[in-house]
Design a protein around this ligand. Structure first.
Ligand code: GRG
Length: 316
């Protein structure tokens, strides 16, 4: 039985509203000459920032923040800071996709239904655009927040930098291993955790961090953090499992990137190692587990339940 917290969210509507919020904030942050010249750099950056990404990670940051802060004193400046951090997260994610698409990595000509960054602007530019985006993510936390404390900034930088240095990059390195070295469940679970779940975990933890310090003395919120962390990791692995399944079951138009590529590139994925049905079951179990983490915290978080379901049921 769903609890009260699981009812009444129109998730498509919620996603659209939050996506618009992030897009508008991005435009405000980047509306500055220093992010216009040279256009040879900033046009490619904006190409990959405003090309139809789902903004799942930024939305998870906002949703976690909103769930914790709900019914308590909210403040425009803290909301602003949370949107800035959501943009930082989306910058890290978008740059990882640019680099992932490069010929020396996953070699994909399409992303989000359009030519991938290196196809549109060339390889050298794509690498440099990605570099600028990674560093801009941290610059925004330093320069474009109004209210969060130095300690909070440190915590956010720690979550995001660790997700990148100890998550995405090692996950990507392991993903490049020859198939015979990673064709087993334990290895693909490790890769999914590193390259996908760590950034999703960091997204919810950033949202919690921004809300938490605002409620610094609330022991319930402190206790909730470890459950929120597990929630993030579990939906993160489920996200990658669904991504692997969609690569097999969906088409290029729906996915916005080349479908069936994992098999063509002889990649070890969840469906390849355990089959589609077991992969689905594993993702369902992870999402159930993730929701039970939420049930252990004294916070009404209907939107986080709905986002967990969305991750399981998404079609692109
Ligand atoms: C910068 C040296 C350097 C390395 C970056 C390339 C890399 C390390 C990591 C790649 C990690 C990666 C591509 C993980 C896959 C995660 C994933 C499932 C991406 C798709 O996410 P969606 O569906 O994308 O949220 P949208 O397009 O909606 O934003």
């Amino acid at each position: 039985m769903p609890t009260k917290a699981e009812f009444n969210i129109n998730i498509e509507n919620y996603l659209r509203v939050q996506r618009d919020l992030i897009d508008r904030h991005f435009k405000t942050l980047l509306d500055d000459n220093k992010y216009t010249n040279p256009k040879e750099l900033w046009d490619p950056v904006k190409y990959s920032l405003f090309n139809g990404g789902k903004r799942v990670r930024g939305i998870l940051c906002l949703a976690t923040y909103e769930s914790i802060i709900e019914n308590k004193l909210s403040c425009e400046d803290i909301d602003y800071d949370c949107k800035t951090v959501a943009c930082s997260i989306e910058l890290i994610h978008a740059m990882s996709l640019i680099h992932d698409d490069l010929p020396s990595m996953d070699n994909d000509d399409f992303r989000r239904g359009k030519p991938s960054n290196h196809k549109a602007f060339g390889e050298a530019t794509a690498i440099l655009a990605g570099d600028a985006m990674l560093s801009l993510a941290f610059q925004l936390v330093a320069e474009n927040t109004k209210k969060i404390s130095k300690e909070q900034k440190n915590e956010i930088v720690k979550f995001l930098s660790r997700a990148f240095t100890l998550g995405l990059v090692p996950g990507q390195i392991l993903d490049l291993l020859p198939i015979k070295e990673k064709n087993n469940l334990k290895t693909i679970e490790n890769i999914a955790t590193l390259k996908t779940a760590e950034l999703i975990k960091a997204s919810v933890m950033c949202g919690a961090s921004i809300a938490n310090k605002y409620e610094a003395n609330n022991p319930d919120i402190k206790k909730a953090l470890s459950h929120i962390e597990s929630f993030g990791l579990k939906i993160g692995v489920a996200f990658q499992i669904i991504d692997d399944i969609l690569d097999v079951t969906s088409d290029t138009k729906t996915l916005g990137k080349t479908s069936g590529k994992d098999e063509k590139q002889n990649k070890s994925t969840y469906p390849f190692v355990i089959g589609i049905e077991s992969s689905k079951k594993m993702a369902q179990d992870l999402v159930l587990d993730a929701k039970s983490e939420l049930k252990r915290i004294p916070i009404e978080s209907p939107v986080l339940y709905s986002l967990a379901d969305y991750i399981l049921n998404r079609i692109s």
